[in-house]
Design a protein around this ligand. Structure first.
Ligand SMILES: C[S@@+](CC[C@H](N)C(=O)[O-])C[C@H]1O[C@@H](n2cnc3c(N)ncnc32)[C@H](O)[C@@H]1O
Length: 344
């Protein structure tokens, strides 16, 4: 079955990487059929639809998941809509909504929605338009010269990312990561419900909250007691139950078990202190410890400033880089999100 994912356009590479990592983690087979700015078309077995609906909630940078009905262009749009058997699809009520991926493509979307809705209305008897909560939501996507006519399967609720912004949690400290990026980093590691995720520089617990919400068990470590207490407060507030948080130097962590993934945002020495240690040394030494704590198949996702020599940091370890994503924060800082695996 061909499905269309409408992705956030706030980053060029992270949304697609996140989708691929989550589908692989959740054992949903897929083939990438096509991709455009903000849109990914996948072939997914029909029987996986139910699981996709469940795991879709995990995505941070995907907005909607739709089933592809018609692939056409502006010239043939109306005739293709005429030809489609809407009777089989729409049984109760419906709405046609347009998504224009290229905002420079200027046209009156409500006029086109009205026109397409009118064609469909003439082809199906006893149905009505319901713009509030339609049982069939026809999403028509305009990208480049193409038009994808789809039926929306589900929309990903983003309220959580807004409601749990760092300053809205009981414990806040400057330098906290946005929940969206934290969720994406957790997703890139490919963890599943019940897995164990470690953040050895947990700060206010932003990464652990996101891992906990998708059902992982979490372990947080910070050298600062205030952060340990604050993380526990935040985890409780967010309803995360399976956690362990303690004070320790990330370079000295010892655990009686291995963790399935590590996602972390170590201090740059700007808003979060490195305790007087040069960040390069702190990172390199922590990576040696992290490698010992991680299972052989486990992945590490780490945020670093652009000036950090990442290849140099992993010289003393068996880590190898799988992928990297660059996020420009402001003129003088770009964050690099790197995904590592063990090379054994
Ligand atoms: C950038 S903050 C983490 C922010 C976190 N991702 C959040 O959303 O709140 C880095 C944290 O590392 C902690 N830290 C600094 N040196 C450390 C060390 N050697 N071991 C463990 N934690 C350390 C700091 O106390 C700080 O809370």
């Amino acid at each position: 079955m061909e499905i269309v994912l409408i992705m956030s356009q706030e980053h060029k590479t992270l949304p697609k990487a996140e989708i691929e990592a989550v589908l692989k983690a959740e054992n949903i087979p897929f083939e990438i059929l096509n991709q455009y700015e903000g849109v990914l078309i996948l072939d997914v077995p029909y029987e996986c639809l139910k699981s996709l609906n469940m795991i879709g909630k995990r995505f941070s940078y995907t907005h909607e998941v739709c089933k592809l009905l018609i692939e056409t262009d502006k010239v043939d749009l109306n005739s293709e809509i005429q030809k489609y058997s809407w009777k089989d699809l729409i049984t109760k009520d419906y709405a046609v909504r347009i998504k224009r991926m290229d905002k420079t493509d200027k046209f009156d979307t409500s006029e086109v929605e009205w026109e397409l809705g009118g064609i469909i209305n003439n082809l199906v008897e006893n149905i009505r338009v319901n713009l509030v909560d339609p049982s069939s939501f026809i999403r028509v996507i305009f990208i480049d010269n193409k038009i994808l006519v789809t039926e929306r399967l589900f929309k990903i609720d983003k309220k959580h990312f807004y409601n749990l912004k760092p300053h809205k949690r009981p414990f806040f400290y400057p330098g906290s990561m946005s929940p969206k990026l934290a969720r994406c980093m957790v997703n890139l590691t490919g963890v599943k419900e019940g897995d164990l995720v470690l953040d050895p520089f947990c700060g206010t617990g932003g990464i652990l909250i996101e891992a906990g919400i998708i059902g992982a068990n979490v372990v947080g470590v910070d050298i600062d007691e205030r952060m340990v207490e604050g993380t526990i407060k935040n985890l409780k507030y967010c309803g995360v139950k399976n956690y362990e948080v303690f004070k320790e130097d990330a370079r000295k962590i010892k655990l009686p078990y291995k963790v399935n993934a590590v996602a972390t945002d170590p201090p740059y020495g700007i808003s979060a202190s490195t305790g007087g240690e040069e960040s390069k040394n702190l990172y390199a030494q922590s990576l040696i410890t992290i490698e010992k704590l991680l299972t052989d198949e486990g992945k590490l996702c780490m945020a670093t400033p652009h000036y950090m020599d990442i290849k140099g940091l992993i010289e003393e370890t068996n880590f190898e880089i799988i992928e990297q994503h660059h996020i420009r924060m402001h003129k003088s800082l770009t964050r690099v999100i790197t995904l590592f695996k063990k090379n054994i």
